[in-house]
Design a protein around this ligand. Structure first.
Ligand SMILES: Cc1ncc(COP(=O)(O)O)c(C=O)c1O
Length: 372
């Protein structure tokens, strides 16, 4: 059996340090914010090359608090991609605003900047590109459009800890591009907690201060509340765990990249499309997502060989029942809709063994042969 993801391997690798960190946190009695969270915020900011990092309860809250800090609210519009996890658009609706979708690029699955401008209206309040599957969104083009229209950019970096892109001639991390960025530390992410966790990063001191205030019930001074906020602090136990894990994140991303390179060697002669790395992009392969216009036999071959696989995502957001009220219809975003029919993700986690990867690749080959 080859798992799509096995989190126990990472735990076993770091067991002594993780156990010690958790026990030490328990003994400290500082369970809400405190030194573990501060340490994580400081090292995360340094590692990402950003001025401010604010730990929050999860990646969904990281998005929502960021949008609220940008002033998004009732009647506003926020432009994003329809091919992403629901959270990206869900938070827009939670704030009383309207998600406005535009189509993606077929090669990276990221928002297509050429589609953004036509979606901008006087109600547009922000643009939210997602660095999907660990490949950075085309931020040079997006930032240029945003600057021209005076719009802020929130990047959803939930899937791309450690990814980077050449921006204005310099490599920048996915948390450092745009006005504000959000991360998730859901256990399956490239940097994952042992539970829920999230982070907001920004170079803007005012936005940082606002997010800090929002995560503690809109309070700046104790028990004085300036705004309706949230209880959304990064849990101290999760911060202690992340403090142990963060120094290993680069090595894990390198292992993901090595796995991707091995898949490419083994699968490039098949009639399927493999993930691409655009020039200037440092892809960290949160997912290894291939596409096939006839994926069913490949899925069947993987299941038969007991190799884990998944489809991220089977239904675009504009066609989700929850967004019926937005009035989108099938056929409106053909690139995203085709992607939803063709994508298939293989095991890529850093601890995946060479023999397991070869089994997965062999099953894909067998599936392609059945399909031919
Ligand atoms: C693209 C994207 N955005 C947002 C989220 C939300 O993160 P969380 O599950 O930590 O709330 C996730 C992950 O689950 C995600 O993949």
């Amino acid at each position: 059996m080859v798992p799509l993801l096995d989190l126990t391997r990472q735990y076993q690798e770091l067991k002594p340090e993780l156990d010690a960190a958790v026990l030490s946190l328990l003994a400290s009695g500082q369970y809400v914010l405190g030194p573990a969270v501060e340490e994580f915020e400081n090292t995360a900011a340094k590692s990402l090359g950003v001025q401010h990092a604010i730990g929050v309860a999860n990646g969904t809250d990281a998005l929502q608090l960021s949008l609220q800090a940008l002033g998004v609210g009732d009647g506003d519009e926020v432009i994003t991609a329809p091919f992403t996890f629901i959270a990206t658009a869900e938070v827009v609706s939670q704030l009383g605003a309207k998600p406005v979708f535009c189509d993606i690029s077929a090669d990276t699955f990221n928002i297509d900047p050429a589609q953004i401008e036509a979606a901008i209206t006087p109600q547009t309040k922000a643009i939210v590109p997602v660095h999907l599957f660990g490949h950075p969104a085309p931020m040079n083009e997006i930032n240029e459009i945003a600057r021209r229209h005076g719009l802020p950019v929130l990047t959803d970096a939930a899937q791309s800890w450690g990814a980077a892109l050449e921006v204005d001639g310099k490599m920048q991390s996915c948390g450092a591009m745009g006005d504000i960025a959000s991360f998730s530390f859901f256990p399956s992410k490239n940097l994952g907690a042992c539970g829920e966790g999230g982070l907001v990063t920004t170079g803007d001191a005012e936005l940082a201060e606002k997010v800090r205030m929002l995560r503690v019930h809109g309070q700046r001074r104790r028990y004085i509340h300036d705004e309706i906020g949230y209880n959304s602090r990064l849990h101290s136990l999760q911060a202690a765990i992340l403090n142990v894990k963060l120094p290993h994140a680069k090595r894990w991303n390198d292992a993901r990249r090595a796995n991707a390179a091995r898949y490419a060697e083994m699968l490039s002669d098949l009639p399927i499309e493999l993930p691409v790395e655009r020039e200037g992009a440092h892809h960290v392969y949160h997912q290894y997502t291939l596409r096939s216009s006839n994926r069913e036999p490949i899925c069947e071959a993987l299941t038969k060989a007991e190799v884990g696989w998944a489809i991220y995502y089977p239904m675009c957001l504009h066609l989700q029942p929850v967004f019926e009220n937005l009035g989108y219809r099938e056929g409106q975003f053909p690139v995203a809709e085709t992607a939803a029919r063709e994508v298939l993700s293989l095991p890529i986690f850093p601890e995946l063994r060479a023999d397991e990867l070869e089994e997965a690749a062999a099953a894909v080959r067998a599936g392609c042969e059945t399909a031919a």
